[in-house]
Design a protein around this ligand. Structure first.
Ligand SMILES: Cc1cc2nc3c(=O)[nH]c(=O)nc-3n(C[C@H](O)[C@H](O)[C@H](O)COP(=O)(O)O)c2cc1C
Length: 354
């Protein structure tokens, strides 16, 4: 079977289903290895059948794989054929999902609307249940890195107008490390605690949050920050410190997988990973808190964009990620705490646009 011809003759819906199955949303090494084993010229007709974004991604992945082992290719072909043989079943399953998602879509629209005037459960707060803690405590005995106080003298530009005007999603970073002062500034800009009130039960931060619930934890995959050992950390916002969770020499690869193949998610100086602890919002707003928590996440990431601009760094919000991989990686149960957003940060090439 000519695999490229078969894929090339699929309609858009079939190809979408095929790639989802094969790559679990991102392009798999199997596919890339297979096409890397073919002469580049024979690919041109095939690539024409893809849209520009997919083409760029395939070419990008091809550049990564410069030498292909024949044994690997044999495995790839087996995998590709196996998925191709299941296409009829996969299309049937997809059609069923399409029908069901019409109902789901209507429910999700309701979730986006206000909840105050709808019947909702009585909140735990109303029932006198104590307020949940502001942040998870660090594990006893964990290594703690105390961060320098945010220092405006490190800013390359202190001009809000320019930061708002020049902000854009940045996906190309240099290998240059961030300084610890820069990282401290970014963490403070996104979740920094200015003061706590009500016996330390409520925090006022550098970002707004409905009912000051601040339902997030910040995990940070550090690849290149001067003075901090690479590893996965958690920001202790109240203490303005980092708790070391673990080190892992394969962190870049895992973060790329977590970002469904988006390479800059792992190939960055540091990757912000925000989790949500839903009960912090539910305690006060019950079911209506879910919408608020997602709105809150937007403020956090926007502050990261603007703070990055001020220190000549860049970032890109990531909503396309693999829930299971990233939750497992930062050791979350996926129910009472789960990742909702990522944003890799790095230094910008001198040539990058303002
Ligand atoms: C919620 C959200 C999720 C996003 N997810 C991704 C993503 O997974 N990958 C990516 O490359 N860009 C992602 N982006 C960036 C958008 O593509 C980008 O903001 C948009 O194209 C506008 O470009 P600008 O930010 O440079 O103005 C995301 C942005 C937001 C706000």
């Amino acid at each position: 079977m000519n695999i490229l011809k078969t894929i090339g003759s699929m309609d858009k819906a079939q190809r979408y289903v095929f790639f989802c199955e094969l790559y679990d949303v991102g392009y798999s090494d199997d596919f890339v290895k297979y096409i890397a084993s073919l002469p580049r010229e024979s690919l041109s007709d095939f690539l024409v059948t893809f849209n520009a974004h997919e083409r760029a991604r395939i070419n990008d992945d091809l550049d990564r794989i410069d030498c292909v082992d024949q044994k690997d290719v044999a495995i790839s072909v087996e995998h590709l054929l196996e998925v191709l043989n299941r296409m009829d079943d996969l299309m049937m399953m997809q059609n069923k999902i399409n029908e069901e998602s019409a109902d789901q879509m209507s429910l999700n629209r309701d979730f986006m609307k206000e909840w105050l005037t709808r019947p909702a459960p009585v909140s735990d707060q109303m029932q006198g249940v104590p307020c949940p803690p502001l942040e998870k405590p660090p594990v006893e005995g964990a290594t703690i890195v105390v961060l320098p106080k945010p220092d405006p003298s490190i800013l390359v530009s202190n001009d809000l107008f320019s930061a708002i005007r020049d902000r854009q999603s940045r996906r190309k970073f240099t290998d240059e490390p961030l300084s610890i002062d820069e990282l401290a500034f970014l963490l403070w800009s996104t979740q920094g605690v200015k003061k706590t009130v009500a016996d330390g039960r409520i925090s006022m931060r550098t970002v707004p949050s409905a009912g000051a619930r601040h339902p997030f934890e910040t995990y940070i995959g550090i690849m290149r920050v001067t003075g901090i050992m690479p590893g996965m950390y958690r920001y202790l916002a109240v203490e303005h410190a980092l708790e070391l969770l673990f080190t892992d020499e394969n962190m870049t690869r895992t973060l790329i997988d977590a970002g469904v193949g988006q390479r800059f998610v792992g190939e960055c100086a540091a990757c912000f990973i925000w989790s949500c602890v839903p009960y912090r919002g539910e305690w006060r707003y019950t079911i209506g808190s879910h919408k608020n928590m997602l709105l809150d996440a937007g403020h956090v990431c926007q502050n990261l964009y603007l703070a990055c601009e001020a220190i000549r760094c860049g970032t890109c919000a990531i909503g396309a990620y693999n829930q299971e991989i990233v939750d497992q990686y930062v050791k979350l149960d996926g129910k009472d705490e789960f990742v909702i957003y990522l944003s890799p940060v790095g230094k910008l090439p001198v040539s990058s646009n303002k």
